[in-house]
Design a protein around this ligand. Structure first.
Ligand code: ATP
Length: 134
Protein backbone atom coordinates (compact mmCIF):
# COMPACT_ATOMS: atom_id res chain seq x y z
CA UNK A 1 0.00 0.00 0.00
CA UNK A 2 0.93 3.65 -0.32
CA UNK A 3 0.75 6.82 1.81
CA UNK A 4 -0.13 10.40 0.93
CA UNK A 5 0.09 13.63 2.91
CA UNK A 6 -3.30 15.33 2.82
CA UNK A 7 -4.09 18.80 4.15
CA UNK A 8 -7.46 20.37 4.74
CA UNK A 9 -6.23 23.92 4.25
CA UNK A 10 -7.37 26.83 6.45
CA UNK A 11 -10.25 27.68 4.08
CA UNK A 12 -11.57 24.12 4.40
CA UNK A 13 -11.30 24.26 8.20
CA UNK A 14 -12.98 27.68 8.51
CA UNK A 15 -15.79 26.58 6.20
CA UNK A 16 -16.46 23.45 8.25
CA UNK A 17 -15.41 20.98 5.56
CA UNK A 18 -13.05 18.81 7.64
CA UNK A 19 -15.68 16.11 8.21
CA UNK A 20 -16.70 16.19 4.56
CA UNK A 21 -13.11 15.62 3.40
CA UNK A 22 -12.52 12.82 5.93
CA UNK A 23 -15.82 11.19 4.93
CA UNK A 24 -14.84 11.16 1.27
CA UNK A 25 -11.40 9.70 2.11
CA UNK A 26 -12.99 6.95 4.21
CA UNK A 27 -15.78 6.17 1.74
CA UNK A 28 -13.17 5.85 -1.01
CA UNK A 29 -11.59 3.03 1.00
CA UNK A 30 -8.51 4.85 2.27
CA UNK A 31 -7.57 4.87 5.94
CA UNK A 32 -6.11 7.46 8.30
CA UNK A 33 -2.61 6.76 9.61
CA UNK A 34 -2.20 10.17 11.33
CA UNK A 35 -4.36 13.26 11.81
CA UNK A 36 -3.83 16.57 13.61
CA UNK A 37 -5.15 20.14 13.75
CA UNK A 38 -2.15 22.42 13.31
CA UNK A 39 -1.16 26.06 13.29
CA UNK A 40 1.60 26.02 10.71
CA UNK A 41 4.89 27.79 11.26
CA UNK A 42 6.24 29.80 8.39
CA UNK A 43 9.33 27.56 8.11
CA UNK A 44 7.17 24.44 7.63
CA UNK A 45 5.04 26.21 5.02
CA UNK A 46 8.19 27.34 3.18
CA UNK A 47 9.53 23.77 3.09
CA UNK A 48 6.17 22.35 2.04
CA UNK A 49 5.86 24.82 -0.85
CA UNK A 50 9.60 25.06 -1.70
CA UNK A 51 8.91 24.26 -5.37
CA UNK A 52 6.83 27.46 -5.64
CA UNK A 53 9.45 29.83 -4.13
CA UNK A 54 9.71 32.94 -6.30
CA UNK A 55 6.38 32.50 -8.07
CA UNK A 56 3.99 35.47 -8.03
CA UNK A 57 1.52 33.72 -5.70
CA UNK A 58 4.14 32.33 -3.28
CA UNK A 59 3.93 35.02 -0.58
CA UNK A 60 0.16 35.05 -0.65
CA UNK A 61 0.08 31.23 -0.50
CA UNK A 62 2.32 31.24 2.61
CA UNK A 63 0.14 33.86 4.32
CA UNK A 64 -2.95 31.83 3.53
CA UNK A 65 -1.55 28.51 4.73
CA UNK A 66 -0.19 30.01 7.99
CA UNK A 67 -3.25 32.25 8.51
CA UNK A 68 -5.35 29.81 10.51
CA UNK A 69 -5.49 26.23 11.67
CA UNK A 70 -5.36 23.43 9.12
CA UNK A 71 -5.81 19.69 9.43
CA UNK A 72 -2.86 17.54 8.36
CA UNK A 73 -3.25 13.82 7.83
CA UNK A 74 -1.50 10.79 6.46
CA UNK A 75 -3.84 8.79 4.27
CA UNK A 76 -3.02 5.19 3.49
CA UNK A 77 -4.18 2.53 1.03
CA UNK A 78 -3.61 1.01 -2.40
CA UNK A 79 -2.84 3.84 -4.85
CA UNK A 80 -3.48 6.38 -2.07
CA UNK A 81 -1.72 9.22 -3.94
CA UNK A 82 -3.68 8.98 -7.19
CA UNK A 83 -6.88 8.03 -5.36
CA UNK A 84 -6.81 11.18 -3.22
CA UNK A 85 -5.89 13.42 -6.17
CA UNK A 86 -8.95 12.08 -7.94
CA UNK A 87 -11.09 12.91 -4.90
CA UNK A 88 -9.55 16.42 -4.78
CA UNK A 89 -10.01 17.25 -8.48
CA UNK A 90 -7.98 19.66 -10.59
CA UNK A 91 -5.90 22.35 -8.83
CA UNK A 92 -8.09 25.12 -10.28
CA UNK A 93 -11.57 24.56 -8.83
CA UNK A 94 -13.31 25.90 -11.93
CA UNK A 95 -11.63 23.14 -13.94
CA UNK A 96 -12.23 20.46 -11.29
CA UNK A 97 -15.01 18.01 -12.06
CA UNK A 98 -18.28 18.31 -10.20
CA UNK A 99 -18.26 15.51 -7.65
CA UNK A 100 -14.66 16.23 -6.65
CA UNK A 101 -13.89 18.17 -3.45
CA UNK A 102 -12.59 21.23 -5.30
CA UNK A 103 -15.27 20.98 -7.98
CA UNK A 104 -18.00 20.87 -5.36
CA UNK A 105 -16.73 23.39 -2.81
CA UNK A 106 -14.31 25.93 -4.30
CA UNK A 107 -14.13 28.70 -6.90
CA UNK A 108 -10.61 30.17 -6.61
CA UNK A 109 -7.25 28.48 -7.21
CA UNK A 110 -5.63 29.65 -3.98
CA UNK A 111 -8.60 28.66 -1.84
CA UNK A 112 -8.91 25.11 -3.10
CA UNK A 113 -9.66 23.38 0.23
CA UNK A 114 -7.20 20.49 0.12
CA UNK A 115 -3.68 19.41 -0.69
CA UNK A 116 -2.58 15.90 -1.60
CA UNK A 117 0.93 14.65 -2.40
CA UNK A 118 1.57 14.35 -6.15
CA UNK A 119 4.14 11.50 -6.25
CA UNK A 120 5.72 8.88 -3.97
CA UNK A 121 8.80 11.13 -3.67
CA UNK A 122 6.76 14.17 -2.57
CA UNK A 123 4.69 12.01 -0.24
CA UNK A 124 7.84 10.82 1.52
CA UNK A 125 9.26 14.32 1.73
CA UNK A 126 5.97 15.78 2.98
CA UNK A 127 5.25 13.03 5.53
CA UNK A 128 8.80 13.44 6.91
CA UNK A 129 8.13 17.19 7.17
CA UNK A 130 4.64 17.10 8.72
CA UNK A 131 4.78 13.86 10.71
CA UNK A 132 8.42 12.97 11.41
CA UNK A 133 8.63 9.42 12.68
CA UNK A 134 5.19 8.34 11.39
P1 ATP B 1 -1.58 21.07 -3.80
O1 ATP B 1 -0.06 21.00 -3.87
O2 ATP B 1 -2.10 22.07 -2.81
O3 ATP B 1 -2.27 19.74 -3.76
P2 ATP B 1 -1.62 21.13 -6.56
O4 ATP B 1 -0.50 20.14 -6.50
O5 ATP B 1 -2.89 20.72 -7.20
O6 ATP B 1 -2.04 21.64 -5.17
P3 ATP B 1 0.28 23.18 -7.21
O7 ATP B 1 0.45 23.61 -8.59
O8 ATP B 1 1.35 22.38 -6.53
O9 ATP B 1 -1.14 22.48 -7.14
O10 ATP B 1 0.00 24.48 -6.35
C1 ATP B 1 0.04 24.42 -4.96
C2 ATP B 1 -1.00 25.33 -4.37
O11 ATP B 1 -0.68 26.68 -4.65
C3 ATP B 1 -2.40 25.14 -4.99
O12 ATP B 1 -3.12 24.11 -4.35
C4 ATP B 1 -3.02 26.49 -4.74
O13 ATP B 1 -3.53 26.60 -3.40
C5 ATP B 1 -1.85 27.43 -4.89
N1 ATP B 1 -1.77 27.99 -6.24
C6 ATP B 1 -1.38 27.35 -7.37
N2 ATP B 1 -1.42 28.16 -8.44
C7 ATP B 1 -1.87 29.36 -7.96
C8 ATP B 1 -2.14 30.63 -8.55
N3 ATP B 1 -1.96 30.84 -9.84
N4 ATP B 1 -2.59 31.61 -7.74
C9 ATP B 1 -2.75 31.42 -6.42
N5 ATP B 1 -2.51 30.25 -5.80
C10 ATP B 1 -2.08 29.24 -6.56
Amino acid sequence: SERSLVLVKPDGVSRGLVGEVISRVERKGLTLAALELRNVERSVAEQHYAEHAGKPFYESLLEFITGGPLVAMVVEGENAIAAFRQLAGATNPVQAATGSIRGDYAVEVQYNIVHGSDSPESAKREIDLWFPGV
